[in-house]
Write a protein that binds this ligand. Structure first.
Ligand code: ADP
Ligand code: X15
Length: 401
């Protein structure tokens, strides 16, 4: 079955004076003093909220923060109110709960265009259990449901899935639609040649993505910790690099599958090795097949960067998931930085560049190139599931267009 891409549109909904329950993903990182260290997800939620405000809706925002077990003040959404208010240009009201009488009163007092933020929906265990009675209580607050929480769309929870059953219309917000357009649309009908770059630590977490992409791409570039399993499968010495011994046959079969499908599979030809897993490790560049005992590969080497760049120059669509090396250590960030720079450069030339969530987004942000890409996903797990060809419960629950 094709992944659901088309869902009811927010633009078709009658919004004036309506109470709209909007599930957003405001699960942002906070430091020990409750300062927001990355507000990307808040900014990404703004277009839908503003649209609803401008169309006279009473906006009820719901989100989770972290993974609390019961009511946990540390996971309150209150610290987000000032930034949200600033971005929206209104004073956002905060509820101390997400259901119940006090919340109902606050909703009743909302003017058209007003915004109320409900407290962390995961303070109730019923949320993650997708309890229908709890979903019904959430739904009873509103007339319409909008799901804009792409980052949580792979969870079948009460506020992301259950609530849609009790409210009509239930539609996707603009962020959700944009994520689907890129991660489903661009991948299903890419401008060709189409390349995927897959990195990250382990083959095991990316098998589904690699298999699914092998059916679609012209070029598959592999980097990160997973390459050593591919090297070992070819009989190379890998020193103390990360290897998944139980995935050697799988690596061999993925290489065979690429050949069978005519996909150009590119593995790094040289690697940056280290004498220990540390920021201050001794390092040197060696050919991929010559990693000495006691050394581990932590980044792709300069020759590989050159070859990868030359291949990427020929493409029209690129999707990237997973860093090329241990980019958290500056010494081993060059491969990841080079790929980020190449994608930024190609975006400027009209190539569609999609960053599929997770650590690759952190890497692109670290080098300040986030705004140069065609699309940066706000969901790690959710984008991975989409790229694997899975359906997202939060999307399936919405009314079809
Ligand atoms: N050669 C390597 N050896 C060990 N770890 C690596 C290597 N290359 C990358 N990594 C690590 O992989 C992690 C990201 O992996 P993963 O979670 O699979 O990526 P993503 O979050 O983008 O999907 C990073 O923390 C990075 O340090
Ligand atoms: O941060 C999130 O996921 P992500 O780290 O995979 O992008 C989402 O807010 C989902 O959170 P969850 O994984 O606790 O359900």
């Amino acid at each position: 079955m094709a992944t659901k891409k088309s869902v009811g549109s927010l633009k078709e909904a009658d919004l004036k004076g309506k109470k709209v329950f909007v599930r957003v993903d405001l699960n942002v990182p906070l430091d020990d003093n409750f300062n927001i260290t990355d507000d990307t997800r808040i900014r990404a939620a703004v277009p839908t909220i503003k649209y609803l405000m401008d169309h006279g809706s009473k906006v009820i925002l719901s989100s989770h923060l972290g993974r609390p077990k019961g009511v946990t003040p540390k996971y309150s959404l209150k610290p987000l109110v000032p930034r949200l208010s600033e971005l929206l240009g209104v004073e956002v009201k905060m509820a101390n709960d997400c259901i119940g009488e006090e919340v109902e009163k606050l909703v009743a007092g909302l003017p058209d265009g007003g915004v109320l933020l409900l407290e962390n929906v995961r303070f109730y265990k019923e949320e993650e259990k997708n309890d229908p009675e709890f979903a019904k209580k959430l739904a009873s607050l509103a007339d319409i449901y909008v799901n804009d929480a792409f980052g949580t769309a792979h969870r079948a929870h009460a506020s992301t899935e259950g609530v849609a059953k009790f409210l009509k219309p239930s539609v996707a917000g603009f962020l959700m639609q944009k994520e689907l357009d890129y991660l489903v649309g661009a991948v299903a009908n890419p401008k060709k040649p189409f390349a995927a770059i897959v990195g990250g630590s382990k083959v095991s977490t990316k098998i589904g993505v690699i298999e699914s992409l092998l059916a679609k791409v012209d070029i598959l570039v592999l980097g990160g910790g997973m390459i050593f399993t591919f090297y070992k499968a070819q009989g190379y010495k890998v020193g103390s690099s990360l290897v998944e011994e139980d995935k050697l046959d799988l690596a061999t079969s993925l290489m065979a599958k690429a050949k069978e499908k005519g996909v150009s599979l590119l593995l790094p030809t040289d690697v940056v090795i280290a004498d220990k897993f540390a920021a201050d490790a001794d390092s040197k560049v060696v050919p991929a097949a010559e990693i000495p005992d006691g050394w581990m590969g932590l980044d792709i080497g300069p020759d590989s960067i050159k070859t990868f760049n030359e291949s990427l120059d020929k493409t029209q669509t690129i999707i990237w998931n997973g860093p090329m090396g241990v980019f958290e250590f500056d010494k081993f960030a060059a491969g990841t930085v080079a790929i980020a720079k190449k994608l930024a450069e190609l975006s400027g030339k009209g190539v569609t560049t999609i960053i599929g969530g997770g650590d690759s987004v952190a890497a692109v942000e670290k080098v300040g190139l986030a705004d140069k890409m065609s699309h940066i996903s706000t969901g790690g797990g959710a984008s991975l599931e989409l790229l694997e060809g899975k359906q997202l419960p939060g999307v399936l629950a919405l009314n079809d267009a």
